[in-house]
Design a protein around this ligand. Structure first.
Ligand SMILES: Nc1ncnc2c1ncn2[C@@H]1O[C@H](COP(=O)(O)OP(=O)(O)OP(=O)(O)O)[C@@H](O)[C@H]1O
Ligand SMILES: [Mg+2]
Length: 210
């Protein structure tokens, strides 16, 4: 999915936290968003995903306005992952159930993504019993499992050990290569951005830094 952002402005009171006149996120690429704390990175993802619809300006999704149909093709992994109070397996099949994927395929896709992310041993654990890093891995699995057209990731590896970072980066790149899904990833880690991103956009006080 391609994104065209036009004249977006977001304010809290009289403080402007995001002010972007023009930005294009290319289809089928991995784009990184970097910038200091409070520079508007999460705000930008909240607006793109329409979790926050209180802004001025426009976001176009393959040239179209936001709609339920557009929303179905987007997934957003939050900075603080939110998991259901059920097993890890149930968490991962949940988006497939929502999309009425048949039971056999649900099992196949869920097992496949757990294997790829090397989290099979977590399958029967409950969402609320996981450590911070484990939750981030499961949240990524749940996002990748239905192959979204647009994947929004907010600091997906902030609590992750270096070995697991490699695995997660590998699977983000594989997802992008195999499905041509667009990825927008917020990261403070410039080396990570260089490793996996085709392009990097830098925000500072809500504006794009050139
Ligand atoms: N609900 C809110 N009310 C008032 N100000 C807010 C609110 N949410 C965010 N802000 C402000 O908006 C600005 C941008 O916040 P945002 O969460 O987008 O930053 P960020 O770039 O994601 O930072 P971080 O790297 O710490 O995650 C910050 O100055 C923040 O204090
Ligand atoms: Mg943030």
């Amino acid at each position: 999915m391609r994104l065209d952002i036009e004249n977006i402005k977001k304010t809290y009171g009289d403080k402007i936290v995001l002010d972007i006149s023009n930005m294009t996120i290319k289809e089928g690429k991995i784009t990184g968003i970097t910038g200091p704390n409070g520079s508007g990175k999460s705000t930008l993802l909240n607006i793109i995903s329409y979790i926050d619809d209180n802004f001025s300006g426009k976001v176009k999704y393959n040239g179209m306005d936001f709609s339920k149909e557009v929303a179905k093709n987007i997934t957003y992994v939050f900075q603080k992952p939110y998991l259901l109070r059920r097993s890890v397996y149930d968490n991962i099949v949940y988006p497939l159930k929502l999309r009425k994927v048949d039971n056999k395929s649900q099992t196949k896709y869920a097992n496949d993504i757990m294997k790829r992310l090397e989290i099979e041993d977590l399958s029967n654990k409950r969402g609320q019993q996981l450590s911070g890093g484990e939750s981030q891995k499961v949240a990524l699995a749940r996002a990748l499992v239905f192959k979204p057209k647009l994947l929004l990731l907010d600091e997906p590896t902030s609590n992750i050990d270096s070995e697991s970072v490699k695995i997660m980066e590998r699977e983000i790149v594989n997802f992008n290569k195999e499905t041509s899904g667009t990825v927008l990833i917020v990261t403070h880690n410039l080396e990570q951005a260089q490793r996996i991103c085709d392009e990097v956009i830098s925000l500072d006080s809500g504006k794009v830094r050139n």
